[in-house]
Design a protein around this ligand. Structure first.
Ligand SMILES: [Zn+2]
Ligand SMILES: [Zn+2]
Length: 436
């Protein structure tokens, strides 16, 4: 930033104001450029400084240490990937259930056959794994419960044996899924018949069933506390960060509940400032006839590079704030959509775009849309989501003043979710929401 200011003022504007022979424009133009640049530049510095000095908020400052809560109910069948629930895409109603859930086979080796393409994503974003299920609850008692649907997640490769499951999450049945999927059966087109001796697959939307609002699912082993909702542990900071979005090396700390707004303000002004630097320097140098100052070229390249980077960040965070999602949460919904796309490609031939669209619409009418009704933190409207982070007044949206609403520790839950944080079907929503 300092170097850009030096080149822009000292080697671009000042020669024009002095009327040097190699100046690229008139004195009046230089003064206008200088004034506008100074405003943009100071705004960028101000917002950057606010984003750097405002901590994101840390769980340990608000939550006392505690022992790990016991699981009050068997954890749901393993999230194959650590990001999103298991049997999202298909369930096999008549397939035998795994019965061996002894600790030795639940040590995580079962993940090996799930060689899905998301593994790299998993490492970057998966929340800490809950420990193996305490043996306090009776496995047997759950055997007697009516299994409304056997929800053995089908791995990406539908032909792989679907039930050699053995991750710490997995229990042999899913009695804690109180929702009974009324699995609808779109026209089956291919690969889902009995050709491999597998039973026909039932396709539906299967959101993740992890009861994320229960304290036992939010325990941080490293900090030894129950994380507030939306908090995650940052390895770089070594502690749990409220409404963890990502660790940003450019501001040297995490982006979280308390500084997300300032981070967004900084991105806005960084994009404006880089655009100004890039376009004015490039514009006048292109028209120039004499020698070009190589330091102008350096700043054109740097500002162009940062413009691309910051604009991409700005657009993605603009969307995230409108949806009321963090980067971590958006990866979950992203993964859900990708899995759904794979299900659709099994249901329909690749050219049947309209049929795929119809099936998706059908799921949406049954459940609501993934990013809106299916987002547990959505406040119901884009405007409400935006104002919750960026403030009520328009000037708060661009100036690094004010703060996000809420304390960063608790967030209102979308009424389309149950008390434990599981997405419910439309028919289970509060009556007044069902028609929306
Ligand atoms: Zn932690
Ligand atoms: Zn961090």
């Amino acid at each position: 930033m300092g170097y850009a200011a030096y080149v822009y003022i000292g080697r671009f504007c000042v020669p024009m104001i002095r009327g040097d022979p190699d100046a690229l424009g008139s004195r009046a133009l230089a003064i206008v450029f200088l004034v506008i640049f100074s405003i943009f530049y100071l705004m960028m510095i101000w917002t950057y400084e606010k984003a750097i000095i405002t901590p994101p908020g840390f769980a340990k400052d608000h939550v006392p240490r505690s022992v790990q809560p016991l699981f009050s109910q068997p954890p749901p069948v393993a999230p194959l990937d650590g990001i999103v629930g298991h049997q999202y895409e298909a369930s096999i109603p008549t397939f035998p259930l795994p019965t061996d859930t002894s600790p030795s086979t639940r040590s995580g080796t079962g993940r090996t056959h799930r060689t899905n393409t998301r593994s790299s994503l998993t490492h970057a974003t998966s929340p800490p794994m809950p420990p193996p299920l305490p043996r306090t609850h009776s496995q047997r008692s759950h055997h007697s419960a009516p299994a409304t649907h056997s929800s053995q997640g089908v791995p990406d490769d539908i032909h792989a044996p679907p039930v050699s499951v053995s991750s710490p999450y997995e229990s042999s049945e899913n009695t804690n899924e109180r929702m009974t999927p009324t699995t609808h059966e779109p026209r089956r087109r291919r690969r889902d018949s009995n050709e491999d001796g597998l039973p026909p697959l039932m396709y539906s939307r299967h959101p993740r069933t992890t009861p994320i609002l229960l304290p036992e699912y939010r325990y941080c082993q490293r900090d030894q506390l129950v994380k507030p909702t939306r908090a995650h542990h940052c390895r770089a900071c070594g502690t749990c960060v409220l409404k963890y979005d990502h660790h940003c090396p450019w501001i040297g700390q995490c982006v979280g509940a308390r500084n997300e707004k300032f981070f967004m303000n900084f991105l806005e002004w960084a994009v404006i400032c880089c655009s100004w630097l890039f376009s004015t320097l490039l514009g006048l140098n292109v028209k120039a006839h004499g020698d070009i100052d190589p330091q102008h070229i350096v700043i054109i390249a740097l500002s162009g590079l940062f413009l691309l980077f910051c604009a991409a960040m700005l657009i993605s965070h603009f969307r995230l704030i409108l949806l009321n999602q963090t980067t971590v949460e958006s990866l979950r919904s992203q993964y859900m959509k990708e899995r759904e796309d794979r299900v659709l490609s099994r249901l329909h031939h690749w050219w049947e775009f309209r049929a795929k669209h119809r099936t998706k619409k059908q799921w949406d009418s049954e459940w609501g849309r993934i990013d809106y009704e299916g987002n547990i933190w959505s406040l119901g409207s884009l405007r409400a989501n935006w104002e919750a982070v960026m403030g009520q007044k328009w000037y708060e949206w661009i100036l690094p003043i004010g703060r996000s609403s809420g304390d960063g520790l608790s967030y209102p839950v979308n009424p389309r979710f149950d008390q434990q944080g599981r997405w419910r079907r439309r028919i289970e929503w509060p009556k007044e929401l069902q028609g929306t």
